[in-house]
Design a protein around this ligand. Structure first.
Ligand code: ADP
Ligand code: MG
Length: 740
């Protein structure tokens, strides 16, 4: 499966959006982000620091300022990645940044305006144009899925009842890595179809957003495209390459504490932070390179991106920034995040002939249907030959015309054959009707026979039609290179695209060279210096000292910043921890005080933790392996001879033949406690006159109490306390009741 095992680092590009109207009206401060497009550098100014403080500089693979076009970003940074996906690599593009900095704008953009179309629609164009221009011996199958992670739950955005759908599970297979079980995937044959899929998903997201304010900036959206391509190899066999593309629009990275969420919302925020901080931890662990353990399993997001970060994928991260001074902290955090991600090394390789390729299944199914159709063709030819030998020669000519016309030929054959047969049957029917020497009964029988034959004929025709339709539907899902999609681009346009591609490539390599030169310059400055006098040497060294001192200051400031950040995030975590501890205490209180200890122990013994789903689960009462055995089918011993366990009272009632209603029912008769209530003995006047207690027994209160407790067996209201006490029991005095 592996072909090219070289490693390459995650590409990180940074984009800054223009100041919006509100930010412009806030003051004349202007943006705090400056960009050097030639060097790929971002220079960040701290609006709160004195002017003397050095500005922070970060270098990336490419930077895009407020005037950058969507097309530039695509051609330079995304196009090579999509080309790799089409060649069978896994690819991921994810947008990271604070809410409102242009993640969705970069990923999706404005669909209607060709200038403002984002990465996703451009990728659609790219993929389908590539397919239409590829050689005709290539077959493609393109599938799309759309999901979101909201509150650590994976939700299918293409599921028709998205709102009520349950969360999906993540699974892992050695073949395709981490995948989502039962995720809807739609086969797409054109740009229009895949755009439709995207729209359906976006609508589901929008609906959820109205249910929960700010939903979309709190959920991570993943659009997945799988491109399978089959091509005959040098060995003559068809080989399949599978490229998977993840297009990820992450939730806003801002601190939730700043948005003022508390209570129930804090839980949600904690979960969003969990995913993003887990992503941060994964990036740190990978960038560090020293820590052996990478905490992918800490969140759903990191598990899904496992291959994209440090695995088998080519990855581009687009970090988005806002230029407004009030968001300096977030901008700095984003830049640090992005800076760290640059050091992640991936090991992308071509996915060749994986076992789970759907294209293979499709090809096999198409071959099976074709074989069935051919068989029918052969059968109808045989019959046709019997019916009418003339058409045979023509058929033989048709057969040589090639596979493409094959199914049409089959249809025609069957139609011809059916027509001929029908005509023949009609003729025979006519003959029978006109035959004057035949008996009426005989005529009827023969006509019936002919009718039946025609019915069989029609059924057969229908079956062939259905088979052909199924075959055509199946085959239309596969895209063939150079066909299926009409390419409107003329040669000139193709050339233009090629040139643009070249320019983008050139700019990129130029920037790389510039960056390398800058690094070399610093290294070699010492070597180049030769001093003619002591004075000159002192001057040069002082200059160098100053330079190094400035660098030291920068690093010191950096350390201070990181420390501050660390303290802040620790405080936040502590706050969340306190909240959770408080909740835990509350739950404990309920458990300890309101759940009987033996019940609690029973529950505790049945609980197991499922690390796969990150949840506690109940073990089944009966072990799974014995479920299939006959054990469950056996009736419990206590109910031998009865439909179900049965109380002692019901047994006696059956034995006595009393009251048919209680036969075989689990109704128990409990003796009423007729001893006088305790309150009577506390009554001083009652104490002095013990006889009084008897009269209490007959008091209306007691009477009412007795009647109430008997109400379940619908005793007539007129029954007195004493009679109620003996009603049913009276007839069982021979067999004393056990109240159990
Ligand atoms: P996010 O998804 O990060 O929360 P959006 O993509 O929704 O942010 O962007 C917020 C607003 O900023 C939108 O109105 C969008 O049109 C605008 N915007 C973002 N980036 C740019 C850009 N590069 N150029 C022009 N407008 C932009
Ligand atoms: Mg967004």
């Amino acid at each position: 499966m592996s072909k090219n095992k070289s490693s390459e680092s995650v590409k990180v590009v940074v984009r800054c959006r223009p100041l919006n109207r509100k930010e412009e009206s806030n003051g004349p401060a202007g943006g705090i982000v400056q960009m050097d497009l030639r060097l790929g550098q971002v220079i960040l100014r701290n609006p709160r620091a004195p002017a003397s403080e050095p500005q922070k500089t970060f270098t990336f693979d490419a930077v895009y300022d407020a005037n950058s076009k969507q097309g530039d970003l695509y051609d330079e940074s995304v196009r090579p990645l999509i080309d790799s996906v089409l060649a069978g690599f896994n690819g991921t593009i994810f947008a990271y940044g604070q809410t409102g900095t242009g993640k969705t704008y970069t990923m999706q953009g404005a669909w209607m305006d060709p200038e403002k179309r984002g990465v996703i629609p451009n990728a659609f164009d790219h993929i389908f144009t590539h397919i239409s221009r590829s050689q005709s011996d290539k077959q493609y199958l393109v599938r799309a899925s759309y999901l979101e992670i909201y509150l650590e739950e994976v939700l299918d955005l293409l599921d028709p009842n998205h709102g009520n759908a349950r969360a999906l599970e993540l699974r892992e297979s050695p073949e395709s890595g981490v995948y989502v079980r039962d995720l809807t995937s739609c086969v797409c044959k054109s740009i229009k179809e895949i755009e439709e899929v995207m729209n359906v998903g976006n609508q589901a997201r929008a609906v959820a957003a109205t249910d929960m304010n700010e939903h979309s900036s709190r959920s991570h959206a993943l659009f997945l495209i799988t491109v399978e391509c089959s091509q005959p190899g040098p060995d003559g066999r068809k080989h399949i390459r599978v490229g998977r593309l993840n297009l990820v629009d992450l939730a806003g990275s801002e601190r939730q504490a700043k948005t003022g969420v508390q209570g129930e919302r804090l839980k949600e925020a904690a979960k969003i932070n969990l995913s993003l901080s887990a992503l941060g931890n994964v990036i740190s662990a990978l960038a560090d390179g020293r820590s052996g353990h990478v905490p992918y399993r800490d969140s759903k997001l990191t598990r899904l991106l496992q291959d994209s970060l440090g695995g088998n994928a080519k990855t581009v991260m687009v970090a988005t920034l806002g230029p407004a001074p009030q968001h300096y902290d977030e901008t700095l955090t984003t830049l640090r995040y992005a800076n760290r991600a640059k050091n992640i090394q991936n090991q992308p390789r071509v996915n060749e002939d994986p076992k789970d390729a759907l294209l293979r299944e499709f090809q096999m199914e198409i071959a099976r249907l074709r074989a069935q159709l051919n068989h029918r063709k052969w059968r109808s030819k045989q019959k046709k030959e019997q019916v009418d030998g003339e058409g045979w020669e023509r058929d033989r000519d048709e057969e040589t015309e090639g596979e493409e016309d094959e199914e049409e030929g089959v249809e025609k054959d069957v139609e011809d054959y059916v027509k001929l047969e029908e005509q023949r049957l009609e003729r025979e029917k006519q003959d029978i009707r006109e035959d004057q020497f035949m008996l009426a009964d005989e005529k009827q029988r023969l006509l019936g026979e002919k009718e039946r034959m025609m019915g069989v004929l029609r059924k057969e025709q229908e079956a062939t039609e259905q088979l052909t339709a199924k075959y055509k539907a199946m085959e239309s899902k596969l895209l063939v290179g150079g066909k299926n999609i009409i390419d409107h681009t003329n040669e000139q346009q193709k050339m233009l695209e090629g040139k643009r591609h070249e320019i983008a490539e050139q700019t990129r390599s130029e920037r790389e060279i510039q960056q390398q030169m800058l690094v070399r310059d610093e290294e070699t400055v010492e070597l180049r210096e030769t001093f003619t006098s002591l004075q000159q040497e002192v001057e040069a060294k002082t200059k160098k000292l100053k330079k190094l001192y400035a660098k030291l200051q920068c690093i010191k400031a950096e350390i201070q910043d990181v420390n501050d950040e660390h303290v802040r995030s620790r405080q936040e975590l502590e706050q969340t921890q306190n909240e959770l501890t408080r909740e835990l205490k509350f739950k404990y209180l309920i458990i300890e005080n309101f759940i009987p200890p033996e019940e609690k122990n029973k529950i505790m013994n049945r609980l197991t933790f499922d690390p796969e789903e990150d949840q506690w689960k109940f073990q089944p009462l009966v072990p799974a392996e014995s479920k299939s055995s006959s054990q469950m089918k056996k009736r419990p011993a206590s109910a031998v001879g009865y439909k179900r366990p049965i109380s002692q009272y019901a047994r006696v009632a059956i034995a006595m033949g009393a009251h048919s209603r209680y036969r075989a029912e689990n109704i128990m008769f409990l003796e009423l406690d007729m001893t006088p209530p305790n309150s009577a003995s506390l009554d001083r006047s009652a104490e002095s006159e013990p006889n009084q207690s008897h009269s209490l027994d007959n008091s209306p209160t007691k009477d009412r109490g007795v009647r109430k407790s008997r109400s379940w067996c619908q005793t007539p209201k007129s029954i007195t306390s004493s009679s109620s006490n003996v009603s049913l029991a009276a007839c069982h005095t021979a067999t004393p009741m056990t109240a159990q």
